[in-house]
Ligand binder design. Structure first.
Ligand code: 5GP
Ligand code: ZN
Length: 116
């Protein structure tokens, strides 16, 4: 999609530190990390956000969650040991800033709850 930052990263038009790539998802380091590990996992196809997912998107959504586990585990944040947090922001009140579906993977520090 034109003028979409994350579509441009997927296409290689904007540089990013890619950590994982499959046919349907790309994972890259967040430009403004909020934890020692902060990665964005995005579908290669433009989807606005989690509220725009349809029944046909079940496979890509589950792949995003599976890739998150792989990345966190490979970085030493095993689910059964330290663990990690997954976040999806939707709409203005969530402070979502990029209208291309992305799954935040945050790990490496004790998180706060409730989130701000
Ligand atoms: P949101 O606020 O929409 O949930 O999250 C967007 C995230 O994308 C933010 O954490 C922000 O730092 C990250 N981000 C925005 N622009 C870029 C970029 O050009 N490159 C990378 N690597 N991350 C970006
Ligand atoms: Zn996009």
């Amino acid at each position: 999609m034109a003028d979409c930052i994350f579509c441009s990263i997927v296409a290689g038009d904007i540089p990013a530190k890619i950590v994982h790539r499959t046919e349907s998802v790309v994972a890259f380091k967040d430009i403004n990390p909020q934890a020692p590990l902060h990665v964005q996992i995005v579908p290669t196809r433009h989807i606005r956000d989690a509220a725009a997912l349809g029944a046909d998107d079940a496979v890509v959504l589950s792949e995003m969650v599976a890739v998150a586990k792989t990345i966190a585990t490979d970085a030493g944040y095993d689910p059964e040991a330290r663990g990690y947090r997954l976040v999806m922001n939707i709409g203005p009140d969530s402070l979502s800033s990029v209208p291309h579906l992305h799954l935040h993977v945050l790990a490496g520090r004790t998180m706060e709850w409730p989130p701000g």
